[in-house]
Design a protein around this ligand. Structure first.
Ligand code: NSS
Length: 435
């Protein structure tokens, strides 16, 4: 069915001037002036201007082009022309138009201002917009490059269950699910199962959804987000930071070369991404708190850094930076206390610059049985719920570390978005599970 149709991206990449081609897609936009219809065609690989001149086609064809509605699916036959005035530098001089499906009049998204709630209600149509196309393509490229980095560096992809019975990141944000006659939860992280799997597979990663019943309505919280996670045996805090640096700089370099058009359209200068080279600056939590105090913040040592504090710190940087050694009180039960200073942990969060703040969280895990039992109890958790996890410290425990990267948080920064909801096609927010 597809062999005689060319993809728009192929035409825009050049070399087909003067050739007769067939393309198909959706009518993205249309305008007419004098004896010419400008039909802007979108096919999923690109957008191209197609012109139909009254004196080049029969009257019925010209009338059809006049009547065809926005977002109709169409097929066009014509000749490729180089034209500097056309967006993308090429256009198609149309000889034949076929309407596959005439869209209803009044496509809900018009060329005028729509509020964010309206666009979210019509998300199934809004994802056709240039902005969403660009973001979704950067997102796909981001994950493609990350997977490539994992492959080049000997990692195996591993999948954990989504339906689970014990919290990884604290009970407050667990989503309960009725599981026949008992209660289960949606997973917050792949990590605990990954800690089991490193003894089977070695270095592993995943890209999977995580769920958080976030009651906070912020620009950086989703209730369902995609989580890129890594777990590595025989690994400490410094090594895990190296992995994060290398992975992120690889991905940023790839995006700068393979998604430069999309990034430019979104207002991101690719030079910003090329700056993302190791080593990233390292700040301890203590140093971060000192900066906050110097800058007049009334911030209590021991609390987790919130949106306001992270934003303030992240405005001082133009490339990602680490904050390490968070207090035990600010971190989940599995974080390993620093042997030299047990009130802080061997933890690390990676911050995106320009005010964006945290994009990864991770560090070294407790590998000692007694220490883990103690931490579980001190965190008010029930060791019965973590029996299998505790077991891992009985049979060949090793020092190990890992991290989780919030895909949408990272895409928000890379694409310079105002709100995390645009980093995913169909966002799930406290007040939205539709469409
Ligand atoms: O809670 S985290 O900081 N850490 C973990 O879940 C670890 N168990 C990961 C690991 O070590 N394997 O979450 C990790 C990242 C965090 O830095 C954010 O970028 C992102 O996950 N995250 C979120 N993104 C969007 N929305 C929400 N609600 C959210 N919560 C965390």
């Amino acid at each position: 069915m597809s062999e005689s149709f060319l993809e728009v991206s192929r035409i825009l990449s050049g070399g087909l001037e003067g050739e007769k081609v067939k393309v198909r897609g959706w009518l993205h936009n249309k305008r007419s002036s004098g004896g010419i219809h400008f039909l802007i065609l979108r096919d999923g690989t690109g957008i191209i201007q197609c012109t139909m001149k009254r004196d080049k086609v029969d009257r019925r064809q010209f009338e059809l082009a006049k009547d065809v509605t926005l977002e109709s699916s169409i097929e066009l036959t014509g000749t490729v022309r180089r034209d500097e005035r056309a967006p993308g530098g090429y256009e198609i001089a149309v000889e034949e138009l076929k309407v596959v499906h005439m869209a209803e009049e009044g496509f809900p998204i018009a060329k005028k201002y729509h509020g964010p709630e309206f666009l979210l209600d019509h998300r199934h149509l809004w994802i056709r917009s240039r902005k969403m196309q660009n973001i979704l393509r950067v997102r796909a490229k981001f994950l493609e490059a990350a997977r490539e980095w994992f492959k080049l560096n000997g990692y195996t992809e591993f999948h954990s269950p989504i339906l689970i019975t014990a919290a990884c990141e604290g009970g407050a944000t667990l989503f309960p699910v009725k599981y026949f006659d008992r209660e289960a939860y949606l997973t917050q992280s792949w990590q605990l199962y990954a800690e089991a799997a490193i003894a089977s597979l070695g270095k592993i990663y995943t890209v999977a959804p995580s769920f958080r019943a976030e009651k906070s309505r912020t620009r950086r919280h989703l209730t369902e987000y995609w989580h890129l996670e890594v777990e590595i045996p025989w690994c400490g805090l410094n090594e895990v930071m190296k992995v994060e640096e290398e992975l992120l700089s690889y991905v940023c370099r790839r995006l700068a070369s393979e998604a430069s058009r999309e990034l430019r359209d979104l207002g991101r200068d690719v030079k910003d991404l090329l700056r993302v080279e190791p080593p990233f600056e390292r700040l301890t939590y203590d140093e971060a708190v000192e900066i906050l105090h110097e800058d007049g913040f009334d911030f209590e040592w021991g609390k987790d850094l919130g949106r306001v504090e992270e934003r303030h710190l992240a405005l001082k940087f133009d490339k990602p930076f680490f904050i390490t050694h968070y207090p035990r009180s600010a971190k989940a039960f599995y974080h390993k206390p620093d042997p030299n200073r047990p009130e802080v942990t061997l933890s690390v969060d990676l911050m995106a610059p320009e005010g964006y703040g945290e994009i990864t969280g991770g560090g070294e895990r407790i590998d000692d049985l007694d220490e883990l039992l103690k931490s579980i109890k001190e965190n008010g958790l029930n060791p019965e719920d973590y029996k299998w996890y505790i077991d891992l410290r009985r049979y060949g425990s090793v020092p190990h570390a890992g991290f989780g990267l919030g895909v949408e948080r990272t895409i928000s920064w890379i694409c310079r978005l105002d709100h995390i909801r645009d980093a995913i096609a169909f966002p799930r927010l406290i007040n939205r599970v539709y469409p």
